[in-house]
Design a protein. Structure first.
Length: 360
């Protein structure tokens, strides 16, 4: 009788322990999900090769992330890891604001991301993984050892060094693999292709117009047809007549090209001043763009979508196509404002972090 009771007691205790273990497991999983820690099913360590050809081994899924370029922000947020960001630059923060994404106030923000990048600030913020744009931040390669000693892993994406959408796709998959979510990376790429195919289908039967895309007027800085911007102009049914990547062109070269459209950054800080600067270029009034009132100034959000080579840049191609071929999208030419504001972009282009079309 005593032995029977002992066996029953042992079985009961075993069951209680098993239930407790299961409960603890699911509680932990629930807490992990609440903190945004993704149970990916990918086994670490993972080794990836970044844009600079560096083989990087990541031993566990990064729990904190650093962003010092807007294209990195686009990739990290579209992959769904925005809640792990502990370091961000002001330009990325501005872009996220336009997308109605709130950046918590306790995140470290840096304002210098081009020449004087504050290494000590990065170390203090201590992201376990830092995304870097190799196009305009190659100098950070010399700081790799110092950052590695602080247990910060650097991954260089192609970023602004990219000249077409394939480069962006490579960047997306690089970060997706590093973060353990390759399937999500593939979804983003498929969605990007969907937007690009939509744009191409809309402008396929339209005329190809000549586009001068400029970022300064004296001297004239143009995008060039070998640049990333020139690539998207071509997808949007246009052609950049200037050879190379970001060439400086003379006023006589601009007049010879006789662009049908001039699209410019808001380089003077306000629409009126920028337009007057463009109109001050000698002979500009004789171009088709000036005579047909086809000069368009981009606000910050529009500029970001077109010029920052991340997943959201496909909306830049859509925006360009709407400017160049409004009727293909059911718009009257007068519906395209000469200053492309963030409000207009959100109303008509409708960019979103899921990289989907919303044309209803």
């Amino acid at each position: 009788m005593v032995r029977g009771i002992s066996k029953t007691l042992i079985v009961g205790i075993t069951i209680v322990i098993a239930i407790a273990i299961i409960a603890i497991y699911y509680t932990i999983q629930s807490n992990i999900a609440g903190q945004g820690i993704k149970n990916t099913g990918i086994e670490y360590p993972v080794t990836v090769t970044d844009y600079l050809g560096r083989n990087i081994t990541i031993y566990s899924q990064p729990t904190t992330l650093g962003i010092i370029a807007p294209d990195c922000a686009q990739i990290i947020y579209t992959l769904g890891f925005g809640n792990r960001v502990v370091l961000i630059d002001v330009y990325s923060e501005q872009l996220l604001h336009y997308l109605n994404v709130t950046v918590p106030g306790n995140i470290t923000t840096i304002s210098s991301i081009y020449e004087s990048i504050p290494i000590e600030t990065i170390i203090t913020a201590h992201p376990s993984l830092l995304c870097v744009d190799a196009g305009f931040q190659p100098q950070l390669e010399q700081d790799t050892n110092e950052l590695s000693a602080a247990d910060i892993t650097l991954i260089f994406i192609g970023g602004t060094a990219n000249t077409n959408i394939t480069g962006i796709e490579n960047d997306v998959m690089l970060m997706a693999k590093a973060l353990g979510v390759p399937k999500r990376g593939e979804e983003i790429i498929n969605n990007m292709s969907g937007v690009i195919n939509y744009v191409r289908s809309k402008v396929l039967s339209g005329p190809r117009v000549t586009v001068a895309y400029i970022s300064w007027y004296n001297p004239i800085y143009a995008a060039g047809n070998s640049s990333f911007v020139g690539y998207y102009i071509a997808i949007a049914g246009g052609y950049d007549p200037f050879s190379g990547m970001y060439p400086t062109v003379s006023s006589s070269q601009l007049l010879t090209a006789n662009p049908d459209y001039i699209i410019a950054d808001n380089f003077m800080g306000n629409y009126t001043a920028t337009l007057q600067a463009i109109l001050s270029i000698p002979g500009i009034n004789s171009t088709n763009a000036a005579m047909e009132n086809h000069i368009y100034i981009l606000g910050n959000f529009a500029e970001s979508l077109i010029e920052e080579p991340g997943p959201l840049s496909v909306y830049g191609a859509l925006l360009l196509a709407m400017i160049l071929h409004p009727s293909a999208f059911g718009l009257n030419s007068t519906a395209i404002p000469h200053y492309i504001s963030a409000q207009w972009v959100n109303q008509y282009v409708r960019p979103n972090l899921n990289i989907t079309l919303n044309n209803g």
